[in-house]
Design a binder for this molecule. Structure first.
Ligand SMILES: Cc1ncc(COP(=O)(O)O)c(C=O)c1O
Length: 474
């Protein structure tokens, strides 16, 4: 491709992106497709000869795009609502263009140093202690794997050479994201050595139960290794009492990991800083700029007060990776299982600079405010009930009817294409989750979706047409 051909194609792609942002509300959030539709529309044989970009782009527009679930839609309210922002997109283009590998300082000095600088800025916004060392991973799932791996290294240093000793135990709550248990399975703890601590009426881990379970485990010769506390659980965004949990972790020499993957960015808002109270006592903490900090997927930040332990758990030096600067620099591949690393810091740096702290705070407050008003509306309504406190920007509610009526209601909203909601189960009941977080979501998006829900709720009481799609798989 010549530079001129590239320029022309790039302009066409950028025009498409700008038009997409301008008209995003005209599109369905969930596509009308059935499994296999997209694959069937594409050739099953790889191309033998070159194809023009215009043709590839046309297939993107006509075959791929219509079958995408639009995560960047202002009425995407499922799971956690996210935003890839214009500055983040521009940085992604540049990162792909320079295509550097941030594995060693030498493999791309600016990529390493920009990661250090950007993560120190973010640490300042979060008012975290400067002892916290930061690293960017792709996802929080990988970050927690690294954190629990570091906890294991700390409690069982011989693990690295001799394998893991029996009885090392990890403590979660019933509401901890599945990635922590998955990490414990992957690392070889075994599910039997993962304790799920009960929660209170507001879905927060109960410290007194945690203390009791740890004591019982010690009595029978187990070794408490790591506690995972969550700031913004996935089902309800409940906030575990981190300070009390930190005291327990310190008493029993456990690694404390704080999963603030979704909730963490809210702490940038001054009146929300309280959500990270106690987190400065954690050994590690995760937050995802790709969830609620307007950075395109993927970008997850891990901070740790124990970088040397993380490094001991993860590094393995090979001759071909040695450089003259090794003693003076951070080689980020030493702090994770990945050798090759994308230049993710660039998009975080772009976003932080473009919006500034004031802009980010305004955007976060916008989502927090929309959620607060929505929760009040539901609390005041005759036909719906709030099912959990809404401290952040997720509202959990149900129609005052059966589980089946609620499931049908959610499915009908989703089938309409107007909005996309997801669900959870609380106290054995089906609950609809309405997550707000996209930077383009306005009060009118909430109002039109609420009107649709109210209208469909009355119809939901009627038996579902047997030919309709069954509950969406989550
Ligand atoms: C609280 C929490 N932790 C961890 C994760 C996993 O995040 P990721 O998709 O970055 O692995 C999620 C995902 O929603 C989450 O809600």
């Amino acid at each position: 491709m010549t530079p001129d051909e590239f320029r022309k194609a790039a302009y066409q792609h950028v025009d498409w992106i700008a038009d997409y942002f301008e008209h995003v509300r005209d599109f369905r959030v969930l596509p009308e497709v059935t499994p296999g539709d997209v694959a069937a529309s594409l050739p099953s044989w790889a191309p033998e000869s070159p194809e023009p970009i215009a043709e590839i782009f046309s297939d993107f527009e006509n075959k791929v795009f219509p079958a995408l679930t639009l995560w960047n839609h202002p009425r995407f309210f499922a799971w956690f609502s996210v935003s890839s922002s214009p500055p983040g997109i521009l940085a992604e283009i540049l990162a792909a263009a320079v295509n550097v590998n941030a594995m060693l300082w030498k493999s791309s000095p600016a990529a390493t140093e920009l990661e250090q600088v950007t993560l120190s800025w973010l640490r300042q916004w979060l008012e975290l202690d400067q002892r916290f060392f930061g690293i960017i991973y792709d996802t929080a799932s990988v970050g927690v794997l690294q954190a629990i791996g570091a906890a294991r290294e700390w409690k069982d240093p011989e693990c690295r050479t001799k394998g893991m000793k029996p009885g090392l135990t990890v403590y979660l709550s019933e509401h901890t994201h599945s990635s922590s248990e998955k990490a414990a399975i992957t690392l070889g703890f075994g599910q039997q050595n993962v304790r799920k601590i009960g929660v209170d009426a507001d879905f927060r881990m109960r410290p007194e139960l945690l203390e009791a379970v740890i004591r019982q485990d010690i009595d029978v010769g187990r070794t408490p290794c790591c506690i995972v506390a969550t700031v913004g659980t996935t089902s309800t965004t409940s906030i575990d009492p981190v300070e009390e949990i930190a005291a327990i972790a310190e008493r029993h020499a456990c690694w404390l990991h704080v999963d603030a993957a979704y909730g963490g960015p809210a702490a940038i808002v001054p009146e929300m800083r309280y959500i990270l109270k106690g987190a400065e006592r954690a050994h590690s903490l995760i937050l995802n700029p790709h969830k609620w900090l307007y950075v395109p997927i993927d970008c997850s930040v891990l901070y740790t007060r124990e970088p040397e332990i993380l490094k001991r758990a993860s590094s393995l030096s090979a001759e071909y990776l040695r450089t003259a600067q090794d003693d003076d620099v951070v080689n980020y591949n030493d702090y994770g299982v990945q050798l090759g690393r994308r230049f993710r810091a660039l998009k975080l740096w772009y976003v932080m600079r473009y919006y500034g702290r004031d802009g980010i705070v305004a955007l976060l407050r916008q989502s927090l405010g929309l959620a607060r008003n929505l929760a009040a509306r539901i609390r005041d309504s005759r036909d719906f009930a709030l099912c959990a406190p809404a401290p952040l920007s997720l509202v959990c509610f149900r129609y005052k009817g059966s589980d089946e009526e609620n499931r049908r209601l959610m499915n009908r909203v989703n089938e309409s294409g107007h909005a996309f909601l997801s669900h959870t189960v609380l106290h054995g009941q089906f609950v609809i989750r309405w997550a707000i977080g996209n930077m383009q979501t306005r009060q009118s998006d909430i109002d039109s979706t609420w009107d649709l829900i109210c209208r469909l709720a009355s119809e939901a009481a009627a038996p579902e047409d047997a030919t309709k799609e069954p509950a969406l798989r989550q």
